[in-house]
Design a protein around this ligand. Structure first.
Ligand code: URA
Length: 201
């Protein structure tokens, strides 16, 4: 299997859907290769398409605040999107675009092997929580194949609906406890919650 750097280089050349014609830059994702938490958003927007980096606009600013509320920075996690190229005028991603990008996201998850995937918004949730509604399952966790999946509203939702800001902050604050409980619940694991590297500081 290729490494993450090579994978991102391959993504940068991708021509597998029509977004290759309208994008400015591919936005592969960024962060800690050995991250315990991987956050997955929807698609790059205007600023991300300009810079080739995920969550660098207003939603990204709030995402930074969310991470900081549990003592983390962007450098402690890995941040990616369901699709890697900006849909024109920030329209919703189309099914063929999502399908064309699936292989990239799956390879990223395989290489990073996070303990927890945090889905940000509907499109990311749909990828891992089939047929669910975000209003019902936000703030809940499920485990599958040794990965924890935690569903959250998209940070941009708080920009449009201010009442959701506290809901999103409250959901975020559940993450350290969920990770700690998960590690404790496995008697065969030598790792203990206080050893979860990212919360050591
Ligand atoms: N919204 C997303 O879902 N992803 C980004 O990278 C930026 C905004």
């Amino acid at each position: 299997m290729v490494g993450l750097t090579q994978l991102c280089q391959q993504m940068a050349l991708c021509q597998d859907c029509a977004l290759a014609k309208t994008r400015n830059m591919v936005v592969p994702g960024e962060g800690l290769v050995s991250a315990e938490i991987m956050l997955i958003g929807e698609a790059p927007g205007f600023n991300e398409d300009k810079q080739g980096r995920p969550f660098v606009g207003q939603a990204g600013k709030f995402l930074g605040e969310l991470l900081s509320s549990i003592g983390l920075t962007r450098q402690d996690v890995y941040i990616a999107n369901v699709i890697k190229c900006r849909p024109p005028n920030n329209r919703d991603p189309l099914p063929p675009e999502i399908s064309a990008c699936e292989k990239w996201l799956d390879s990223q998850v395989e290489l990073i092997a996070p303990k927890m995937i945090v889905t940000l918004g509907r499109y990311s949730m749909a990828r891992y929580f089939d047929g669910q509604s975000i209003g019902k399952i936000h703030g809940t966790v499920k485990e599958d194949n040794d990965i924890l999946y935690f569903a959250m509203y998209h940070p941009a939702a708080a920009l449009h609906q201010p009442r959701l800001k506290q809901v999103i902050l409250d959901d975020m604050r559940k993450i350290p406890g969920i990770l700690a409980k998960h590690v404790v619940a496995k008697p065969d694991e030598t790792e203990r919650p206080e050893q979860l590297s990212m919360f050591k500081k």
